[in-house]
Design a protein around this ligand. Structure first.
Ligand code: VLZ
Length: 135
C-alpha cells in the first residue's frame, strides 16, 4: 500500500530554496519575496491521481497528474518554462522528472511520520523543503 499524501501541509524548513530559484533564473526581487513566504501544500490523492496546490500570499501554483502518464507542464508564475514531466513511484517516493531547457530538473516527495518532504532539483542545486501536517 503506497503512502497517502492527502492533506494540508505547512512549510517548516526550506534549505537552498533561493539557490534553486536562482538556478531557474528567477530574478533577485522575486527570489527575495519567494524565500520570505510561508508555503502550504494542499494535496489530494485519489489512487494514482494527484492534485498538488502550493499556496502562498504572493502566488499559488497548481499541478495535477497521474502517476505513469507523461504530461506537459507550464511553470506559470515560477520560471514560465514548458517542460515534459513524468511522475513514477520509487518505493514510497513520488518522483518527477522535468525534461526541458534546464538539466537535471525534477522533484521527489515522501513522507516520514507527520512530515512531508520535498526535494527540488535543478542543475547542481538541491533544495529540501519539510512540511508539517496541519492539525
Ligand atoms: O512543487 O514544483 O510539490 O508543483 C513556490 C510558490 C512553488 C511561491 C514552488 C512563489 C513549487 C514562488 C515547486 C515565486 C517564484 C514545485 C511541486 C511539488 C508541485
Amino acid at each position: 500500500m503506497p503512502a497517502d499524501f492527502s492533506g494540508t501541509w505547512i512549510l517548516e524548513t526550506n534549505d537552498k530554496f533561493e539557490e534553486y530559484l536562482k538556478a531557474l533564473n528567477i530574478d533577485f526581487a522575486t527570489r527575495k519575496i519567494a524565500i520570505s513566504l510561508s508555503q502550504t501544500k494542499v494535496v489530494a490523492q485519489d489512487g494514482e491521481k494527484f492534485n498538488f496546490k502550493t499556496l502562498s500570499t504572493f502566488r499559488n501554483y497548481e499541478l495535477a497528474f497521474t502517476v505513469g502518464i507523461e504530461f506537459d507542464e507550464c511553470t506559470k508564475g515560477l520560471d514560465n518554462r514548458n517542460i515534459k514531466c513524468l511522475v513514477t513511484w520509487e518505493g514510497d517516493k513520488l518522483v518527477c522528472t522535468q525534461k526541458g531547457e534546464k538539466a537535471n530538473r525534477g522533484w521527489k516527495h515522501w513522507i516520514e511520520g507527520n512530515k512531508l518532504f520535498l526535494e527540488l532539483t535543478c542543475e547542481n542545486v538541491v533544495c529540501v523543503q519539510v512540511f508539517k501536517r496541519k492539525e
